[in-house]
Ligand binder design. Structure first.
Ligand code: CP
Length: 315
């Protein structure tokens, strides 16, 4: 593996899941791989899990870690080529990417969607520019359209907890007070399409994911109907793609509670976190035996370790 930007950079998803599970059993078995090497983690947006899990995974592999918040720890970065830089951004990505590429063997980047311009967000300019100018492998720590390290952790979690060979996995839209990007839902859908699962998407009308991410998954607009017989319920809010970045409905009746979970086949509840309690999902579900959210978050370490290991092996 060179870059890790999406599931399309993965040769063998099952092998990557197995590598994550192996890392969980013996975290320090590959410490030699990262010796005398450095990873740089650049955050254009806030993070809790991604920052600490990626740092922990890198250190398990013997890597040194440099982590910075772009714009507060460093200069604001200009992404457009050919502009007169007379605004607030003091450094161009051409220099910044090239410089961090000289100090680091791998660069991880988090840069969310602005939700202001669909074409710009879906063009993933920040990742294209770093890939072009850094000269080292780039790892997606959540981009405008995808969150593949989260999706791999989700696959690892499903592999650990599934009780049937081909479980039913339901991605359900949840209510929220703020417009959120589609990245987690897009990415989860993309990874489920590559997995041996029965995958169903449910959301209110108007929240259809971009066709390249929704793929051929059945979309059921009746949440109760979709949840019937589910083994895994994956909750997430996202804003509209077609009416880009808009909240179309309050959707309070889409919150997951015990009654909804009782429609499943003893199903587990999953969410990437952070989660707003009693808005998206009730306390009783999150605190109950069906919740996998902490296991899922803990598996972020092993998804990051599996990916960084593959990249280190290819350096
Ligand atoms: N799930 C996830 O990516 O968490 P953070 O936004 O806290 O990194």
């Amino acid at each position: 593996m060179n870059h890790f930007l999406s599931v399309h950079d993965v040769n063998d998803l099952n092998a990557l899941v197995s590598a994550g599970l192996a890392a969980k059993k013996t975290p320090f078995a590959d410490q030699h791989l990262g010796q005398n090497k450095t990873i740089g983690l650049m955050f254009f947006n806030q993070s809790f899990r991604t920052r600490i899990s990626t740092q922990k995974a890198a250190e398990n592999l013997g890597l040194k870690v440099i982590s910075l918040n772009v714009g507060s720890d460093s200069w604001g970065l200009e992404m457009e080529d050919g502009v007169i830089m007379n605004g607030t951004k003091a450094e161009h990505v051409k220099e910044a990417a090239a410089v961090i590429g000289r100090f680091c063997n791998i660069v991880g980047i988090r840069s969310f969607a602005t939700l202001a311009d669909q074409a710009a967000d879906y063009a993933e300019q920040v990742f294209h520019q770093f890939r072009k100018y850094a000269g080292v492998p780039i790892v997606n720590l959540e981009s405008a359209t995808r969150h593949p390290l989260q999706s791999l952790a989700d696959c690892i979690t499903i592999a650990e907890f599934k009780k049937t060979q081909r479980p039913k996995v339901v991605l359900t839209w949840l209510p929220h007070i703020k417009p959120l990007p589609q990245a987690v839902a897009n990415s989860f859908s993309e990874w489920m399409h590559q997995s041996d699962v029965e995958f169903v998407i449910t959301h209110p009308k108007g929240y259809e994911l971009a066709p390249e991410f929704a793929g051929n998954a059945p979309v059921i607009y009746d949440q109760d109907e979709a949840l019937k017989g589910a083994h895994f319920v994956y909750g997430k809010n996202w804003s509209s793609f077609s009416q880009y970045g808009q909240i179309l409905t309050e959707g309070r009746d889409w919150m997951i509670d015990d009654a909804k979970m009782s429609l499943t086949d003893g199903g587990y509840f999953m969410h990437c976190l952070p989660v707003r309690r009693n808005l998206k999902v009730t306390d009783s579900v999150l605190d109950g035996p069906q919740s996998l959210v902490i296991e899922q978050a803990a598996n972020r370490e092993w998804s990051a370790q599996a990916v960084l290991r593959e990249i280190l092996l290819s350096l």
